[in-house]
Design a protein around this ligand. Structure first.
Ligand code: NDP
Length: 483
């Protein structure tokens, strides 16, 4: 089958990479190449910078109402092409079509709608300084932003950056993940059709080592919004430090899912199946460390295993598929390596742990892994401490509230946590003690874009969402007018 060729998008035109090199990207469900990506380098980033910096003076002065109009139009066009985006996201990433349709693509459209509305309704601060004058604040767009996104929720997370960035009047150079560039490429046509002026959003495809690093090290790109792994985040801090860039880093997690004996059992169980295995466990917010209070441990574990065994793994386009393929062969090997490590560390595989035997035809070479539950590990084991980012969870029995808070917090990560209890006082007490940027009580993945989002410890730096995105994508200035 002919491979789709992806090109860079600079100044509203599709252009070939300056060095002419491309590499293959794979359809994870089939394990075969399906597209070619430009292997962009520093000169491509330089071309994108020229376009973005030329567009900045005009775009930053474009009235908010006009910027919002274009953002609403982008959202409408994504909606109009929803099926096409859904199929592409599934084919490129391996996720079930049903998930892309329910979550990824609607949220990509909503990101544009949300920030279009947000800039129209923002109010700045003002205060009279008695006898002296009047102070007020003004937000200034910053310039050309570098937006670097990962492969797990490709369009969802890329648009989470583009929408606030351009809504605030900045221009952007995006570097989507080398594993999942297809929907970003499709978005380029949407941006152009929506009337976004040339140079406001530029897309440079390729690897993190070349294109990503060139963005981070570019001396005239003053802000970088990055979502990805913690190790990469550390490199971005180091490489951008000489230029004092403004950074927003949304990084890895090893999230606790704490289930008290007084929980609503069925609700906790159903949601835990999702929070463990949605998107093949490739969501930074998945609750991969499950802690269950001892009185219900056996019952909960048995029910979880039973529910997990019923999940269907395979053809991402089948309506009843629960888990598709992992994103790449390398990632499959990494996740499987953790399953093997779990056994070496003394764990018991309660279910899963291998490639499903049922795969037929073109799916036999896909990167599928059964959803896996491991019990019997202690909190100091690597499998319980390191981010796996796949369909693998550990289950552990705890005895007291104090104990589970201590174990949940004994992690270098602090992204999110779910707590299941019907006791109102305990809800507030435990939520108050947990070290994580987001704590959900009796729910999971309920996201409100008006609220701050980000991680503590090695899960990130800074917050985005609502006002916090405006804080990141603008410089806030105080102006004092003397009486
Ligand atoms: P990576 O850190 O490997 O990559 C993320 C992006 O950074 C990719 O576009 C990658 O390029 C690029 N990159 C890699 N090296 C550099 C570099 N030196 N300089 C600049 N850019 C670079 O993460 P993954 O794509 O593997 O995504 C999974 C990770 O993302 C997990 O740890 C997950 O927890 C985290 N994540 C966090 C979220 C949050 O909100 N906190 C949300 C979603 C995911 P390339 O194309 O070559 O990969």
């Amino acid at each position: 089958m002919a491979l789709t060729t992806i090109d860079n998008f600079i100044n509203n035109e599709f252009v070939k990479p300056t060095e002419g090199a491309y590499f293959d990207t794979f359809n994870p469900a089939h394990g075969v190449p399906h597209a070619q990506i430009p292997d962009s380098t520093k000169p491509d980033v330089e071309l994108a910078y020229k376009a973005a910096s030329t567009a900045f003076p005009i775009w930053s002065k474009t009235p908010k109402a006009e910027r919002a109009r274009i953002l609403y139009k982008i959202a409408d066009l994504i909606d109009a092409r929803q099926d096409e985006f859904v199929r592409a996201e599934s084919k490129d990433q391996g996720k079930p079509v049903s998930l892309a349709k329910a979550i990824d693509i609607p949220r990509a459209a909503y990101n544009f709608r949300f920030f279009a509305g947000r800039i129209l309704h923002s109010v700045e601060e003002g205060a009279e300084l008695e006898g002296v004058g009047y102070n007020y604040t003004q937000r200034m767009p910053i310039g050309v932003a570098g937006l670097i996104s990962p492969w797990n929720l490709p369009l969802y997370l890329l648009t989470w950056k583009i929408a606030p960035c351009i809504a605030c009047g900045n221009t952007a150079i995006c570097k989507p993940s080398e594993f999942t560039s297809l929907t970003a490429y499709m978005l380029c046509s949407v941006l152009k059709e929506a009337g976004l002026p040339a140079g406001v959003v530029n897309m440079v495809f390729g690897t993190g080592m070349k294109a990503g690093q060139a963005l981070v090290e570019h001396p005239r790109i003053p802000l970088i919004s990055f979502t990805g792994g913690t190790v990469t985040g550390a490199k971005i801090i180091a490489n951008s430090a000489p230029h004092f860039k403004k950074l927003s880093l949304e990084l890895g997690g090893k999230n606790a899912n704490i289930i008290f004996a007084d929980c609503d059992f069925e609700k906790a169980l159903t949601t835990t199946l999702r929070s463990s295995f949605a998107n093949q466990g490739e969501i930074c917010l998945c609750g991969s460390r499950i802690f269950v209070e001892r009185p219900i441990y056996e019952r909960f574990l048995n029910a979880l295993v039973e529910g997990t065994k019923k999940l269907k793994v395979g053809d991402p386009s089948a309506a009843d598929t629960n888990l598709g393929a992992l994103v790449s062969k390398e990632h499959w090997e990494k996740v499987k390596g953790y399953v093997d490590l779990g056994v070496e560390e003394g764990g018991k595989i309660e279910c899963g742990g291998k490639k499903p035997a049922s795969l037929q035809g073109e799916f036999q070479n896909g990167y599928f892994l059964e959803p896996t539950i491991i019990s019997g590990l202690t909190p100091s084991c690597r499998v319980m401490r390191e981010e796996i980012f796949g369909p693998v969870v550990t289950v552990y029995a705890f005895d007291t509230e104090e104990e589970v808070i201590q174990i949940a917090n004994d992690s270098e990560y602090g992204l999110s946590c779910s707590i299941w209890t019907e006791n109102g006082r305990r809800q507030r007490r435990v939520a108050g003690e947990i070290q994580a940027g987001t704590v959900w009580v009796n729910t999971w993945m309920s996201r409100d874009l008006r609220m701050p989002f980000g991680g503590m410890k090695k899960s990130g730096l800074g917050r985005e969402g609502g006002e916090h995105s405006l804080d990141f994508y603008t410089e806030l200035k105080t102006i004092c007018l003397a009486d």
